[in-house]
Ligand binder design. Structure first.
Ligand SMILES: [Zn+2]
Length: 405
């Protein structure tokens, strides 16, 4: 006789279901998928099910990080499996190792690395594919070496697409660069989401980029033109529309944003503005974390050889000259920071670490919520929003030790 399939039931927790928090929920997991989820009075637990008691916990979809350069001493360029095993401890179950602008040959080697380890990582989060944050950025913005940001010539675009193959999931590009529109169309045709970022596109350039296939915006308010006083003192009666206003007013474009503890990347008012402008499911949190995330403060090296410095005063990373250069955040940390800065409801902010990023990169059909049929990537958070336990494809991959505060 065949053994009955093993079923796991997560019981007594408060679960995020259909964007709402439901008390005393039951989530049934079978064959690595969510079989059923709902209030305890509606879901029958099969006899013999293995029970996970989530009393006092929130039961939420695994976090999806679409922008992360490194973590726990590992870099996307050469240590993606190490990142996977580090980020899972803070609730990330699926992520895109993100390659920064670098000399093209170096980027191709890094692509080979991520491609070779994409997929399930034992004891870690799933490596979902590649995010190319460059090399077709505007060199005026961001902490990469300016000379690494090249024009999107067809040959470079073709090489990147070919080397990534099906692992290419997200590309950040500045649409004002010469040749960018053809590149955007090529990346779309290769199946990637294309995102505007590190850019000072004018309205016509923005609209041309959108028409070519841009559907997302990378770290809204960062690596975009700074606010400057008008040079002429004449009051002209109008405010200039820039890339941020174009993104905020565009209902059909999604965006991601950074929430660090000291709001060094994005001020609380701008976090609130983004939340007001973007519908639920259209605004994601990212970590943009660097190699130093989760390590003692000090000096570290980026993939392009630049130094990066972290201090106890903040959870961001800076170059030696003080320029912002990503963060040392976890997704769980970003979640808590965003709530602290905006007082937004927990159920809304939970969608920003699960549903919204999953939608942005086209994986919401199998990730990003606890709907029946989806992959059983589940996080248990305690009342302080610290990660208690993480399941990936129904398997427990991390449990916080009872001794850890
Ligand atoms: Zn960036």
């Amino acid at each position: 006789m065949k053994q009955p399939a093993s079923v796991t039931a997560i019981v007594h927790g408060t679960a995020l279901l259909n964007r709402a928090l439901v008390a005393d929920a039951v989530i049934l997991l079978r064959h690595g998928r969510i079989e059923e989820a709902g209030p305890a009075k509606r879901v029958r637990i099969p006899p013999g099910a293995q029970l996970i008691d989530a009393t006092g916990c929130y039961v939420v979809p695994g976090f999806v990080d679409i922008h992360i350069h490194g973590s726990g001493g590992h870099r996307a360029e050469d240590g993606a499996p190490g990142m996977a095993r580090h980020v899972v401890k803070a609730g990330t179950t699926w992520f895109l190792p993100t390659l920064m602008s670098n000399e093209l040959g170096q980027m191709l080697v890094a692509i080979d690395h991520v491609r070779s380890c994409a997929g399930v990582v034992p004891g870690g989060a799933t490596i979902g594919g590649i995010h190319l944050e460059g090399p077709f950025l505007n060199p005026k913005y961001g902490a990469q070496r300016p000379e690494s940001n090249i024009e999107p010539d067809p040959e470079s675009v073709r090489k990147l697409i070919e080397r990534c193959g099906p692992t290419l999931k997200l590309v950040t590009i500045a649409p004002e660069r010469k040749g960018a529109l053809a590149a955007i169309r090529a990346f779309r045709a290769a199946g990637a989401t294309v995102s505007i970022g590190h850019s000072d596109a004018t309205e016509p350039e923005y609209l041309a980029g959108r028409a070519a296939g841009i559907t997302h915006a990378t770290h809204l308010f960062n690596a975009m033109p700074p606010r400057v006083w008008p040079t002429k003192q004449t009051y002209l009666g109008t405010k200039t529309v820039g890339i941020e206003e174009l993104i905020l007013a565009d209902d059909d474009v999604s965006a991601d944003i950074m929430a660090d503890a000291t709001a060094a990347h994005v001020q609380p008012t701008l976090l609130k503005l983004a939340l007001k402008c973007k519908a639920v499911g259209k605004l994601s949190l990212i970590t943009d974390a660097m190699v130093a995330a989760g390590l003692p403060c000090g000096e570290y090296t980026l993939a392009d050889g630049q130094s990066l410095i972290t201090t106890p005063a903040e959870d961001v990373a800076r170059r030696a000259d003080g320029a912002l250069c990503g963060s040392v955040l976890s997704m769980c940390g970003a979640l808590g920071n965003f709530i602290k800065h905006t007082a937004a409801p927990l159920e809304t902010v939970l969608t920003m670490v699960s549903e919204a990023p999953a939608r942005a990169v086209g994986i919401f059909d199998h990730k990003g919520s606890l709907d029946a049929g989806k992959d059983a990537d589940v996080v248990l958070l305690d009342r302080e929003l610290a990660v208690r336990q993480v399941l990936i494809a129904g398997k427990i991959e991390f449990t916080k030790s009872p001794d850890t505060p």
